[in-house]
Write a protein that binds this ligand. Structure first.
Ligand SMILES: *Cc1c(COP(=O)(O)O)cnc(C)c1O
Length: 446
């Protein structure tokens, strides 16, 4: 028990963070009232409160590649371990470079704290395992990223039942709710189904029933939406994608809104962390499953994420514009169909416009008619890479049915919006004209 009580120093960090968050909310309010204008997105990335003064005046956090952090006396290390003094002990538990990354993402998402993970999959898994135990049930979308679907099936071996629903909305959720339901999980924009969740409606419906909403906001990014402001309780990202932006580090992150009231009768594991108040979820995560599974982020990758994320705003602006240009140019073409949230043909156009302030994100899908035509189209493209990633600077394409969804049944693929003729396009920052012409040429060659 004494050992488990260690490593609570992050609590001090969070206390500071709390002030940060409150001041952001205050400036947000001032903005609404037309008084002092708060920072806009790209400015916050460079000058936000989470951007600290690093040693020697460095503008970026130093890469702290040290496993251990030493102290002058046993008494000092003891204090660090017992959360009576701030400091780092061991990089699996906390690290200054990783901490710099966590603070910046937390500020962007308006949370009370964030925990970085070795990958997006690690973040999704740990965000749920932190509150689940054998016998529990989860309700999840079926139009999810293939890795998320595989993971949810993996949970079944540990006694956790997952109910899949075609879209994460109140009507679909309701029939599966019972006393064993412990979480609802979905993607804000499904990858690659491009179904858009109404976060506010879903969250308020669940809160009335004492259930938290966990969202994977990888494809939306904080540039499109800050899910916590719409009521999401826990936000996860594969920061390998748009947040990193350059396709050079695998990582994930979990952000806590701090707003969900964890009922200890419903979540018995939370009992020991009740004394942390609104930090209970984070305290349990950091001192429990996250730390003990060892899913920590490497300091080098945290550094690459910090440098990468500083351009998230300008990249997303360009990526969203390129995606819309491409979707509009292709949607009238013969022999193919295009899916993009902002197109009139998308059932999610209205909610995308409203929730994302007229931005549609960086993914679109094309259906070419047959698998052969899809391959022919892909192979005819000049400025794209055929690769399994999203959120890179380069435009990437993939045929999901034969790759990411290799382990999924026909039924599961259809539910995820993945057909034999589907091509997923992760739009990059190339010049729009070149990209549009490249795709038009490829479609015409069919
Ligand atoms: C890529 C992705 C993940 C998994 O992230 P990794 O960093 O590859 O582990 C999870 N969710 C979504 C929506 C993704 O696109």
């Amino acid at each position: 028990m004494i050992k488990r009580k260690g490593h609570f120093w992050f609590f001090f960090v969070l206390k500071e963070e709390e002030n940060d968050v409150e001041s952001v909310i205050k400036t947000e309010r001032n903005k609404e009232m037309g008084r002092k204008k708060s920072m806009n997105f790209q400015t916050m990335l460079l000058h936000g409160k989470a951007v600290r003064k690093y040693s020697d005046g460095a503008t970026l956090p130093p890469i702290s590649q040290s496993n251990a952090f030493s102290y002058d006396s046993s008494e000092e290390l003891e204090k660090v371990f017992q959360n009576r003094a701030p400091g780092y002990a061991y990089s699996r538990i906390s690290n200054p470079t990783v901490d710099a990354f966590e603070r910046r993402i937390n500020e962007l998402e308006n949370g009370i704290g964030a925990v970085a993970c070795s990958s997006g999959m690690s973040a999704v898994a740990l965000s749920m395992l932190n509150i689940l135990q054998a016998g529990d049930e989860v309700i999840a979308g079926s139009a999810l990223f293939g890795g998320n679907l595989d993971l949810l099936h993996d949970l079944e071996a540990f006694g956790i039942t997952v109910h899949f629903i075609p879209t994460v909305d109140t009507q679909e959720i309701e029939p599966f709710l019972n006393t064993k339901t412990k979480a609802v999980f979905g993607e804000v924009i499904g990858n690659p189904g491009l179904n858009v969740m109404d976060i506010q409606e879903t969250a308020s419906f669940l809160h009335e029933r004492g259930i938290p909403l966990i969202v994977d906001s990888t494809t939306a990014t904080p540039y499109l939406v800050r899910p916590i402001e719409f009521g999401a309780d826990i936000v996860v990202h594969s920061s390998s994608k748009y947040i990193n932006g350059g396709g050079n580090a695998i990582s994930g992150i979990i952000i806590d809104s701090g707003k969900f009231a964890w009922d200890v009768n419903r979540y018995p594991g939370m009992r020991a962390y009740q004394r942390y108040g609104k930090y209970a979820y984070l305290a349990k995560l950091r001192n429990g499953i996250w730390r003990n599974m060892g899913g920590c982020l490497a300091p080098m990758n945290a550094y690459l994420n910090v440098t990468g994320m500083e351009t998230l705003g300008i990249r997303m602006e360009r990526i969203c514009q390129n995606s819309l240009d491409l979707a509009e140019a292709l949607c009238g073409m013969e022999g193919i169909s295009v899916n993009y949230p902002l197109l009139k043909s998308s059932p999610y156009q209205k909610i995308a416009e409203r929730q994302f302030h007229n931005k549609g994100g960086g993914i679109l899908t094309i259906r070419a008619g047959t698998k052969e035509r899809a391959y022919k189209l892909i192979n005819a493209l000049q400025y794209v890479k055929i690769a399994t990633n999203i959120g890179d600077l380069r435009t990437l394409v993939i045929h999901p049915a034969s790759t990411i969804y290799l382990h999924s049944s026909e039924e599961a693929k259809a539910a995820a919006g993945v057909y034999d003729d589907t091509i997923r396009v992760s739009v990059g920052i190339e010049d729009s004209e070149d990209l549009v012409n490249d795709f038009i040429r490829a479609v015409e060659s069919l």
